[in-house]
Design a protein around this ligand. Structure first.
Ligand code: F6P
Length: 502
């Protein structure tokens, strides 16, 4: 069953002359368009749909079977059909499932967590002060986000992240660190990723002591072959997708950076949201609503990009994290049955933290020719101190969502704001580990439900393989000793080699 985008577009054209300002003025709308789930509050009053359009969206959810899709996910069914496996990130953080097989996975995850806790304790009792986490994509972005968001100034360890294969990244990361007080964790689900193996080799050599080299992988043999002692290798599993894996031992840098207790709280926040996504009625279900809103903006309004704008410095890496989560999951054009999709899937996700971005790209959001729907995220409590700054931050957050929605007419076209630019406002009381866990789980489930509506697989990523294969093939050509077939690549290589004196 695929989305009837014509029906959605009919609602969109019916609403063409009804601006957000008018929709939002409907009595009771600001309240009725607010959903709550544990520590999360989200208000959809400034989206460009009315009740009739929402009914059409909920028909999409019905036809796609959102509630049973959530059940299939948490019960470990083969939701990753192209690779023939489950995607059980929910089993890493709770017991949402009643399936004995999934409970067994959850028990495996708890055992791994216990081993991880013991390694955290051992490192805490050592002279190590700095951790270099080496990984890329799903083996980097989640831990990087959470450590950046939640690490406290008096943290036991400073955690550094090294991902890019560019040697400048390794040079910069290691500069200023003392090898005798540093440990490294090589994180790679496959343990075959070029960037991680090259960077891991650099850090291991720089350390000069293998007893402070740790690994996290679903391929323990390869990690051991790299020279990591088995007692310092933590497992993950093929039933966890890389970009859904921060809740597993991939979160080892998180546990070191924020402490094991707060890591557990992060997991319990996500598990709380899992229970909501599985159990809440469709109309109260925040994951359902978030996914349907994304579908509305993409398939009814035809909007090609989506911004995520956290108004909290600690969430500055959320857009980077979500780019992988959303775009690697939903960047597909073939349906599960192999047919070409007849509707658009993922928009380009981008963003950055407010208020900085107000002074960079917001001009385009307000007056550019492309309408960009946005998720604004705010934290109510002022946890950074400096109350006056926090009030200013919140005032800016509210002002921007209002200005984008309502606009402002002017006789001078250069000074006119068209408005009618949709946004969702998500509020957290505080940026606690629980709240961050719930927020990330919201996006995970929204992404999955969008994939269900589009009939695509959110858990594979074949699109990244071709470039990797070509890069491996071209590697010898950079030393001048390989045949290159493509004429443009050959000319470019000649140019590079000539310029580098080869
Ligand atoms: O970018 C492709 C990808 O396969 C991601 O899906 C994954 O998170 C990343 O590479 C790293 O893979 P690994 O954890 O196996 O090193």
């Amino acid at each position: 069953m695929s989305i009837d985008s014509a029906a959605l577009r009919e609602h969109a054209s019916r609403l063409r002359d009804t601006p957000i300002r008018a929709l939002a003025a409907t009595p009771g709308r600001p309240e009725s368009q607010a959903l709550r789930a544990g520590p999360l509050y989200a208000n959809f009053a400034r989206q460009r749909y009315d009740d009739a359009a929402l009914d059409a969206l909920f028909s999409v959810a019905d036809a796609a079977g959102f509630p049973s899709a959530m059940r299939r996910l948490v019960d470990g069914e083969t939701v990753n059909a192209t690779e023939g496996r489950a995607a059980l990130h929910t089993a890493l953080r709770g017991d949402t499932s009643t399936s004995p097989a999934v409970r067994e996975r959850a028990a495996q995850a708890r055992d791994a967590r216990q081993r991880m806790g013991a390694l955290v304790d051992a490192l805490s009792g050592s002279g190590v002060t700095d951790i270099v986490s080496v990984g890329i994509g799903g083996s980097d972005l989640g831990p990087r986000l959470v450590v950046d968001a939640l690490a406290q100034t008096d943290a036991r360890f400073r955690v550094h992240f090294l991902s890019n294969v560019d040697g400048n990244a390794a040079r910069r990361t290691l500069a200023g660190l003392d090898p005798s007080k540093t440990a490294t964790i090589l994180i790679s689900k496959t343990f075959g990723t070029q960037e991680t193996l090259l960077n891991g080799g650099i850090v291991r050599e720089w350390l000069g002591d293998d007893s402070r080299v740790y690994g996290v992988s679903a391929n323990v043999d390869r990690a051991a072959a790299f020279g990591i002692a088995p007692e310092r290798i933590l497992p993950m599993w093929d039933w966890v997708g890389g970009r859904y894996s921060l809740w597993s031992a991939v979160g080892f840098p998180i546990a070191l950076g924020i402490g094991m207790d707060r890591f557990e709280q992060l997991l319990s926040g996500a598990a709380g949201f899992d229970a909501h996504a599985v159990g809440a009625a469709p109309r109260d279900n925040l994951a359902f609503r978030h996914a349907l809103t994304a579908i509305w903006n993409r398939n009814a309004l035809g909007l090609a990009t989506q911004a995520v704008l956290p108004y909290d410095e600690r969430l500055r890496l959320l857009p980077n994290y979500l780019q992988q989560l959303v775009m690697e999951s939903l960047g597909k054009s073939a349906r599960l049955d192999g047919a070409q999709l007849q509707v658009d899937t993922v928009p380009v996700w981008w963003g950055g933290p407010g208020t900085d971005t107000q002074h960079s790209f917001f001009q385009a959001l307000h007056q550019g020719t492309q309408v960009v729907p946005a998720d604004f995220i705010g934290v109510v409590g002022s946890e950074g101190g400096h109350e006056e700054n926090h009030r200013a931050l919140l005032a800016n957050l509210l002002a921007q969502t209002e200005a984008l929605a309502n606009g402002q007419p002017s006789d001078d076209p250069h000074r006119a704001y068209a408005g009618n630019r949709p946004s969702t406002l998500i509020l957290l009381d505080a940026l606690s580990p629980q709240a961050l866990g719930a927020l990330v789980a919201l996006y995970e489930h929204s992404v999955y439900l969008q994939s269900v509506a589009w009939g695509i697989n959110a858990f594979d990523q074949f699109g990244v393989e071709l470039g990797k294969q070509l890069a491996n093939k071209l590697l010898p050509a950079l030393s001048g000793d390989a045949q290159v077939d493509d004429p443009v690549t050959r000319a470019l290589l000649d140019e590079i080699n000539a310029r580098s004196g080869q």
